[in-house]
Every structure is written in C-alpha cells, then in structure tokens.
Design a protein around this ligand. Structure first.
Ligand code: AMP
Length: 424
C-alpha cells in the first residue's frame, strides 16, 4: 500500500456527522440575510496580492506573514484571500454596482485563508460570513450592521455575548491620536514586548490589541482615542450608541478596540464569547469609508462585519444535544434481486411526490442486517419487498417505532404514506 496522504495542517474535513448542522446553520444565515434585504455576493478565492496589501495594509500581521501568496507563471503575484471585504469592494468597483443602486446590501459565506498557528477555533482555512452595506454614511446603517450580527447569534440561542464598540474617528483624528500614542509609548519603549517595539514604528494602533501582560500594564495610562475625536466623530458615535440603546442592544464601550486593518474609520465593533476558549472573537466589523476610493472607485461610505462560522458552530455544538442521525424516514428492504426495480421506483415516487427521505439497500445484506441498518439510520418505517410480495403486487410496511406491520398495494403506496402517516 502506498503512503497515506493527509490533509494540510490547519484545514479540516467536514464529515457527515457535522454536515447537517453546517447546512442548517448556513441556511439560517442565508434566510436571515435575505429577510434583511441583503444579496449574496461570491468572489473568486484568489486575487492579485496587491488587492490585499493595498487595502488591509502592509504593516498588518495578515499581509506581513499570514497570506498564502505565490507567483503565477506570468510572474503576477497571487494570494488566497485572507478575508472578504477587499474582494467584495474590488467587485463592487469593477462591476459598477454603485451605479445600479445608491445603497448596496451585500452578504457572503465563503472560505478565507490565513497562515496562523492552528488551535481550537483557529484554522488556516476557515469560513466567514459577513455583510457589507455600501452607500450610507449614517449612524442607522452602522446600527443595522450591529443589529443583524447580534440578532443572528440571539436567534441561534447563543447567550452570554459581549458587544464591544468604539469609534476611531475620522482619518485626521486617528492620525493625531496615533502620534500621541507613539509619544506616550516611546517613554516605555524598552519595556514593551518585542512585537510591540516593532509595531511602534510600523502600526502603533495594533499595540492596543496586545495580549502581553507587560504591554497591557503600560497601556493602562495610555491616551484614549475617545479624547481625540472631533465634534462630528463624537456626534456620530453618540447617535449610534443612542439608537442601539433604544433598541435594547447593550454594548460595552472599549476604547482599545481599534481593529488592526488600515481601512477602518469611525465605528468599530466586535462580538465576543467566553465559551469557546482563547479565540473568543466571534465577529468583527466597522466602518470603512475610504476603501472604495482607495481601490479605484467613487468615494462611497461603507460599513460591514465578518464573522467566523467555525466558532459559531463550536458554540452551537455545545448548546445542542447531538441530533440522532436521521438519514432516512423510510428504508426499503429488498429481499431479492428481482425486488430492486420495485424498490427504486417506489423510492422515486415517495421522494418526488411526498418529499420523504428514502434509502434503498444496495449491499444485498440479510433481512436482519437491513433492519439493523434501518434502525441505525433512525428510519420510521421499512418497506419490505421480496418475491412473494411482487407476485401479489404488495409490500410489507413495518412501523419501526411500535413494530406493527401492514400490507399495502404497490400502486397504492404513496396514498398510504401521504394520508395515513406522520413520517416527517
Ligand atoms: P477578523 O477579520 O480577523 O476580525 O475576522 C473576523 C472573524 O473571523 C473573527 O471574529 C473570527 O470569528 C473569524 N476568524 C478570523 N480568523 C480566523 C481563523 N484563523 N480561524 C477561524 N476563524 C477565524
């Protein structure tokens, strides 16, 4: 036998034991977005590297060390997308979506790729769902984004979440703040962690995200962005907070929440759970009014969020009793080869006309083994067909819950299940 080939570190197979939960969750997300007037957008999984280095920013971990990048044969540098906002905005600009409507409400569910150290809730290929609303500069649009994110978790029964919120203001406020932060941190430069020392020169706002105890201690006295917001920034943030409050959405103001990406301005937020271990961020987002212009489009205000589907599923698995596998409502037991054609055509009718899940035997097992298989699949009924039954144009229907058996005419079988039985 040749060597077994294994999957790549940080990637996962979705196996049948979990695929139903994934399908159900994805379908809830699709419905939820549609209910809010958002349309699905799907972009290619790879793009020109420049798209990400230009929008996410050269001095971020993502661009610096986490992207899967290679040169194509013609020398173009290509990258597996590490997130979707840049791709969605690229597509928005390229396809002139802004000309079609003053407000574009877009959502996605797709894979992203980052070369991070894998651990629970952190993979190298993972799935993000998210929305981007392109066109409105107003606080109600920010609030709609936060509302949709928080309602999805609420609807799925996930509790104990914290919504952290901040405003990083306009670009000018942010530049001023950044200067003051650097001035403050320079006083402690030798005490900072190595990574923060580097960031002090490249991306100082990221230091606020640091997990190092030394850095956290130094940061307790650091200047706060809230003191650097101009009048407009402040009014905008207050309006967002008031509307959220009116809607009963409680938030925690977190002045250290700056999110590391270059393209953010104004409101930023993150939804956190304490129930999934170290990787507690479920969802992050905010406003990015400059990105469309930055990528060659007409200036368009925009706000959105991105959420991790694997982390959501981790929480759902903790909440849910694992459903017994119900692969079939009806298992058709063919007792002879001659029964195969009957078995397939009965199954077709039940599936197509009544929408019942049906499995037909193809392993030619004994009746006992097939009954066992039907039980394993949680079938509510089995239909037995053998030579004798075919001769009398009948089948035996066995109720697997109470063990009772009845005969039914083959031609009459759909009426039998359509009228008499609760099979779903
Ligand atoms: P970010 O753009 O980094 O804020 O990511 C948005 C969301 O995607 C996070 O809140 C996580 O839920 C999820 N996410 C980010 N990176 C990973 C990863 N490596 N593995 C799994 N989920 C991730």
């Amino acid at each position: 036998m040749s060597d077994q080939i294994r999957n790549i570190k940080g990637t996962k197979d979705l196996l049948p034991s979990e695929s139903r939960l994934w399908l159900e969750t994805e379908s809830i997300i699709h419905n939820f977005m549609t209910l809010h007037g958002y349309s699905l957008i799907r972009t290619p999984i790879f793009e020109k590297t420049e798209l990400f280095s230009r929008s996410i920013g050269q001095e971020t971990d993502i661009v610096n060390k986490e992207m899967y990048t290679w040169d194509d044969i013609d020398g173009t540098s290509l990258t597996l997308r590490p997130e979707l906002t840049a791709s969605v905005v690229r597509s928005f600009v390229q396809n002139h979506l802004g000309n079609l409507s003053p407000l574009n409400r877009l959502y996605y569910i797709d894979s992203s790729f980052r070369r991070e150290r894998p651990q629970k809730g952190r993979q190298r290929q993972f799935t993000q769902f998210g929305i981007e609303a392109l066109g409105s500069p107003n606080p109600e649009q920010d609030v709609e984004i936060i509302l949709i994110a928080s309602r999805i978790y609420e609807m799925l029964g996930i509790e104990d979440l914290e919504i952290h919120i901040n405003s990083i203001g306009s670009t000018s406020s942010r530049t001023q703040y950044s200067k003051s932060l650097v001035e403050y941190l320079e006083r402690y430069e030798n005490e900072l962690s190595d990574i923060s020392k580097k960031r002090l020169r490249t991306n100082p706002l990221r230091i606020l995200d640091s997990k190092s105890d030394k850095d956290i201690k130094i940061l307790t006295e650091a200047p706060l962005i809230s003191n650097y917001l101009n009048k407009n920034d402040r009014k905008n943030f207050d309006d967002i907070l008031k509307l959220l409050d009116d809607l009963g959405i409680s938030t925690i103001k977190n002045p250290k929440l700056v999110r590391g990406l270059d393209y953010y301005n104004g409101m930023t937020f993150e939804i956190l759970s304490n129930n999934i271990g170290a990787q507690s961020a479920l969802c992050g987002g905010g406003r990015y009014d400059k990105l469309v212009e930055y990528l060659g489009g007409k200036s368009t205000p925009a706000v959105g969020f991105a959420a991790g589907l694997e982390r959501l599923i981790l929480l759902l698995k903790e909440n849910k009793d694992t459903n017994p596998l119900n692969q079939a409502d009806i298992y058709i037991i063919a007792l002879d080869e001659s029964a195969n054609a009957y078995s397939f055509s009965i199954a077709d009718k039940l599936r197509n006309k009544l929408g019942i899940k049906v499995i037909c035997e193809t392993l030619r097992r004994s009746m006992k083994a097939q009954l066992r298989e039907a039980n394993k699949n949680n079938a509510k009924f089995t239909i037995l067909i053998g030579d004798d039954e075919i001769k009398s144009n009948q089948v035996i229907i066995k109720n697997m819950e109470d063990g009772t058996q009845t005969n039914a005419l083959i031609d009459d079988i759909e009426n039998y299940f359509g009228v008499d039985y609760e099979y779903k």
